[in-house]
Design a protein around this ligand. Structure first.
Ligand SMILES: *Cc1c(COP(=O)(O)O)cnc(C)c1O
Length: 395
C-alpha cells in the first residue's frame, strides 16, 4: 500500500517529526496536541477563519497566468500571488489560524520568535486585531539588521525582546521563546511561524497554510479545466509556504513537487542554507529532521542573502519529501536569486521578496515541456528587500 506523505497519527512524516521536548514543555504541547484538530474543525472556528482570510487578509489571492514568462520558457506558468496578502506574505494565514486557536484555548498572552521580522510582524498584526498582548523574541543581531520590521512590530503594540545568547539570531530567539513558554504555561500560546517545531506544529501550520493549494485547485479548474498542475514550485526556509501550496497534492503523484533552497554563496563555500543537501538527521527545536550541524552535532550557522531562508533546518514534511524522493530539491545561489528578483520586476511588474525570487530561478535550471502547467508560489513581496536589491544592483 502507498504510504501517505502527510503526517501520521504520532506526528511523523516517515522518519521525521515527532515531539522531542523537555519534560517542562510537555503540558503545553500536550494541551495543543489534544485540542488543535477538534477546535479547528468546529463550525464557528472555520467560519471566523474563512471570514478573516477573506475580509482581512484579502483572499482568495489571484492565480495569475504569466504570458511573458510562459512565452520565454515555452510552458504554462502561473503565479500564486501570496505577495498580495495583508502584511505582504503568506505568513498571516498561519497567524490568523493560531490566534483563533489561542483564543479558544483561553490564552491571554502570545509569544513568537522571528528572524527577519516577517513572522513577528504577522503575529503582532493578529494580536493587535484581537487586542491580545504580544511579545516577540528576536536576536540582537537581527534587531539591528531588520530595523523597519522592528518598527512595524512596535507600531502594532508588540514588545520586541532581544535574544542575546549564541549567534544572537533566529535559533537563539527560538530558544528564548521556548524558555518563556516553559515559565508561562497557563496563560501563554506560542505562535511558531513555519512548519517546524514539535508535533503538532508542523501539521497545524500546514493545515492553516493549505488554503493556498486549495485555492489553486479551484482556480486552475476554472482556468485550465483541471485541478492539477504538472509542477508546483516553492522556496523553502522552514517550509510553510511550500507546505501550503503542496498540501492537497502531496499524495497525488502525477503532480511533481519542487522545493527550492538557498545555496547562498554556493553549496561548497560554507556560506549556504541548502539544508537538504548539507544537513544530517538530528533534532532541532523539538523535531527530528534534517539540519545543518557540525561533526559533534552542534547546529551550524546558515547563510543566505534572504533572511527568510537562512534557517538551519527544514520542516519534517520536507525532510521526508527529500528522503523519499517525492520532491525534487534544487538550490539557488544569492546571485541567481537576485537576478530573478530584477527579472520578475521588469518582466511582470512584480517585485518579489528575495525568498520568492529563489523559486523562479528554477526556470533556468530545469527544462519544462510546452504542455506543462507550472504553479510558482509567489510567497511575498519585495518591499522589505528594496535596500538589498538597490545596493546589490547599484540602482
Ligand atoms: C518567511 C518567508 C519565507 C520562508 O518561510 P517558509 O516557512 O519556508 O515559507 C518565504 N518567503 C517569504 C516571503 C517569507 O516571508
Amino acid at each position: 500500500m502507498h504510504k501517505s506523505y502527510n503526517v501520521d497519527s504520532d506526528g511523523y512524516y516517515g522518519d521525521f517529526g515527532g515531539a522531542y521536548i523537555p519534560e517542562m514543555m510537555y503540558s503545553n504541547i500536550n494541551e495543543l496536541k489534544s485540542k488543535y484538530l477538534e477546535i479547528s474543525s468546529q463550525a464557528d472556528f472555520i467560519k471566523e477563519f474563512d471570514e478573516l482570510l477573506k475580509q482581512y487578509v484579502g483572499r482568495p489571492t489571484p492565480l495569475y497566468f504569466s504570458k511573458r514568462l510562459s512565452r520565454e520558457y515555452n510552458s504554462k506558468i502561473y503565479l500564486k500571488r501570496e505577495d498580495l496578502c495583508h502584511t505582504g506574505a503568506h505568513k498571516i494565514n498561519n497567524t490568523i489560524g493560531q490566534i483563533l486557536l489561542a483564543q479558544r484555548l483561553g490564552k491571554t498572552r502570545i509569544i513568537a520568535e522571528t528572524g527577519a521580522g516577517q513572522h513577528g510582524v504577522a503575529t503582532a498584526t493578529v494580536c493587535a486585531l484581537m487586542g491580545i498582548k504580544c511579545i516577540v523574541y528576536m536576536g540582537e543581531v537581527d534587531i539591528k539588521r531588520q530595523a523597519p520590521n522592528v518598527a512595524r512590530m512596535k507600531m502594532l503594540g508588540a514588545e520586541v525582546k532581544p535574544a542575546c545568547s549564541g549567534s544572537k539570531t533566529l535559533k537563539d530567539a527560538t530558544n528564548e521563546a521556548i524558555r518563556d513558554w516553559i515559565n508561562n504555561p497557563i496563560d501563554t500560546h506560542y505562535i511558531i511561524g513555519s512548519v517546524v517545531g514539535p508535533h503538532p506544529y508542523p501539521d497545524m501550520v500546514a493545515r492553516f497554510q493549505s488554503v493556498i493549494g486549495l485555492e489553486v485547485k479551484e482556480q486552475l479548474l476554472e482556468a485550465e479545466g483541471k485541478e492539477n498542475p504538472d509542477y508546483v514550485v516553492a522556496c523553502v526556509g522552514g517550509g510553510s509556504n511550500a507546505a501550503g501550496l503542496f498540501y492537497p497534492y502531496l499524495d497525488d503523484l502525477k503532480v511533481n513537487i519542487i522545493c527550492v533552497e538557498a545555496a547562498g554563496m554556493g553549496i561548497k563555500t560554507g556560506k549556504s542554507a541548502a539544508t537538504s543537501i548539507l544537513g544530517k538527521e538530528g533534532v532541532i527545536h523539538g523535531s527530528k529532521t534534517l539540519l545543518m550541524q557540525s561533526k559533534d552535532g552542534q547546529i551550524t550557522e546558515p547563510y543566505s542573502i534572504s533572511a527568510g531562508l537562512d534557517y538551519p533546518g527544514i520542516g519534517p514534511m520536507h525532510a521526508n519529501l527529500f528522503r523519499s524522493k517525492r520532491a525534487d530539491f534544487i538550490s539557488i545561489t544569492d546571485k541567481k536569486a537576485m537576478e530573478w528578483g530584477l527579472k520578475l520586476s521588469r518582466m511582470e511588474g512584480i517585485i518579489p521578496a528575495i525568498e520568492t525570487s529563489h523559486a523562479f530561478a528554477v526556470l533556468d535550471k530545469k527544462k519544462f515541456m510546452k504542455k506543462d502547467i507550472i504553479v510558482f508560489n509567489c510567497s511575498g513581496r519585495g518591499d522589505k528587500d528594496l535596500d538589498t536589491y538597490i545596493n546589490y544592483f547599484k540602482l
